[in-house]
Design a protein around this ligand. Sequence first.
Ligand SMILES: [Zn+2]
Length: 277
Amino acid sequence: MRELFTRKDINDVIEVHQMKFHDAHCHIPNKSFLKDFDIDESITKWTKMGMEFVVGVSTKLTECQKIVELSKKYYEIIPSFGIHPWGCKKPLTEEIKTKIRTLVEDNPISVIGEIGLDRHFIKKVEYYPIQEEYFRFFLELSVEYKRPVNIHLKGAEEEVSNILTDYDIPSHNTNIHWFSGPNQILDEFIERDYFFSINPSILSGSPHITVLQKASMNRILTESDGNVKYTIDDARIIGSPAIIPKTIDKIAEIKNESKEVISVQLQTNLRRYLNLN
Ligand SMILES: [Zn+2]
């Protein structure tokens, strides 16, 4: 499996673009991601390509701890703390709550995610109230510590939309990950001025492109959702920050703007999302 298209593509990115980019949703602390990528080598390569920041999202407690370790080593990694809805099968314990709260408190530049609800891949309805319990706990943390959130909502777009109205999280701190739900909810989120992270599936005709077409450029972030695999031009490509420059090319094409202008806007957007400006 190749990480990018060809060796030449990587060189082109380094030599021609010389633009900054970010990855707002990458599963860096995931065991299989760390197996696929030598993190020392990869961080060096990605930063050479122009990567400024990568948000390393966690899906369970052990990953939350791992991402702190990695973010201490690499300035480019922003830690993100969450328990993925797929893993919400047992009620939340006080012990888990305390551990997560401490991590959030100790890391002022951090994100809360990947969190949310899933009614598409998870069919067992008995898990739904448990997912909601976790989701609400993390949303409370976001309000309390003023941390941005990174939200998964596959098949649960309307429920998530309703739950979010119960919490006073600023729109610029709310990022909707890989939205592919009903247009009506998309319009509602655009109206609320949320961020949307756009991923490489737009390179292969995914309906996710609707989000890019409808949302304003100042509400777009980019994400690889690494190490998710994409099929692009008949090749299987593994998601990582290395695929973001190609994604930016497509964003520039859809938005009818130069890559350089898009790149600068995206970096401004990420800073706004992370409360860095
Ligand atoms: Zn993800």
